[in-house]
Design a protein around this ligand. Structure first.
Ligand SMILES: C[S@@+](CC[C@H](N)C(=O)[O-])C[C@H]1O[C@@H](n2cnc3c(N)ncnc32)[C@H](O)[C@@H]1O
Length: 363
């Protein structure tokens, strides 16, 4: 069968880099414009919020811009090195963007209402809330129905892209190089035999990226939200190759055998968990990883090693309902990994995110 030529095969490198930078710049301008308008409207309706939010100093903004360009350079370089195809740099859910962007604005009035009335656990009466841990039943980010409706699943990726000025995917992609590097240690395992699980996979963006990076691996994803899993199934069905197996499960009790996976990833989950749940998730991931297997976590930067961005971290839970975020920013995740038995813990920071790469020892 003849394969379709990809962007990597016929577009000169300089042109691809220029196109990537222009694409990122476009997303940034769009995100900043959206937030400027929505913040002004929100300040009119919920004026007390403005008094609590700290303004960022020009120095902080400069440092942030430097981190942003470093992130984009790292993203570009990883594509050049073949960690993933350059086409992944342009992967964007365009049809969802045009279909659901008006709803992001329409939802704003409900967000204001919840913020004003401090309603953080408000769900539509048709939503079945049984069986979820109490900490999960929250309107994270002031989202309508938290993680438990189709509408929330349809708007989520768009909202995250706007929040991070179009860099959410570039931050997610930073898990791919360490994952691929560490999986290479399984020299006697074929590409098809490699099993990788994404814990709290949400709408499947990370699994899409892992599929591009490891086209033959057996992929698995779990999340607590049925609506997000349905969305993930829809997005992942669009790409060729074997469909990842998706399962509804609490990350604290993963329904897999001991020593099953070669690699496990988890993106933007830990800041939404209370401390004890963070520990239990780490211990579950340790249990189901094969000896020699790798766990890669991506989440928000922390006060511990990014104190220069403290004001931003203070603003985040005020602007978006995030009840466990403040504790997360001071939580020593490395100690938790160590306590569970992980070794060789590496830490990286990219833009607004922090990464832990840890290995389950062979003996
Ligand atoms: C901020 S979203 C991140 C989603 C996705 N990983 C991403 O990169 O966008 C957090 C996700 O964690 C899921 N989640 C939260 N607590 C969970 C738990 N205890 N077990 C499984 N999933 C959970 C939510 O349903 C949601 O999809």
């Amino acid at each position: 069968m003849q394969s379709t030529p990809s962007i990597d095969q016929f577009v000169p490198e300089s042109l691809t880099k220029f196109a990537y930078q222009t694409f990122q710049e476009g997303k940034k301008v769009f995100g900043v414009a959206h937030k400027t308008i929505s913040d002004r409207l929100t300040d009119m309706v919920v004026p007390e919020r403005k008094d609590k939010v700290k303004s960022l100093t020009p120095e902080t903004i400069n440092k942030l811009q430097q981190r942003l360009s470093d992130l984009e350079e790292a993203d570009w370089q990883d594509a050049q090195k073949g960690v993933y195809p350059a086409s992944l740099l342009f992967d964007n859910p365009w049809s969802d963007f045009f279909r659901y962007y008006p709803e992001v604005w329409l939802d704003l009035t409900q967000i204001w209402q919840r913020a004003q009335n401090k309603e953080y656990q408000k769900f539509d009466s048709t939503i079945d809330k049984e069986g979820y841990p109490a900490y999960y039943l929250q309107n994270f980010h002031y989202q309508t129905d938290g993680y438990l409706s189709e509408m929330s699943a349809n708007l989520y990726d768009l909202q995250v892209e706007i929040l991070f000025n179009g860099t959410a995917d570039a931050m997610r992609r930073r898990i791919l190089a360490p994952l691929k590097r560490k999986l290479a240690a399984f020299t006697d395992v074929t590409a098809q035999q490699m099993r990788v699980l994404d814990v709290a996979c949400g709408t499947g963006r990370t699994l899409r990226m892992i599929r591009a990076s490891l086209p033959k691996a057996s992929l698995f994803g779990t999340d607590l939200s049925p609506a997000y899993l349905r969305k993930a199934n829809q997005l992942l069905s669009e790409i060729p190759g074997e469909l990842p197996q998706l399962l509804q499960a609490n990350a604290e009790e993963l329904p897999y055998l001991d020593n099953y996976f070669h690699g496990i990833t988890s993106v933007f989950l830990f800041h939404e968990l209370p401390a004890e749940a963070r520990q239990r998730v780490i211990e579950e991931c340790f249990r189901i990883l094969q000896p020699g297997g790798t766990f890669v976590i991506c989440d928000s930067m922390q006060s511990i090693d990014s104190p220069e961005f403290q004001d931003m971290m203070d603003n985040f839970p005020i602007l978006f309902h995030e009840p466990y975020y403040r504790h997360y920013t001071t939580d020593h995740i490395s100690d938790r990994l160590d306590k569970a038995g992980f070794v060789d813990i590496e830490i990286q920071n990219h833009f607004f995110s922090k990464y832990w790469v840890a290995r389950k020892p062979i003996n």
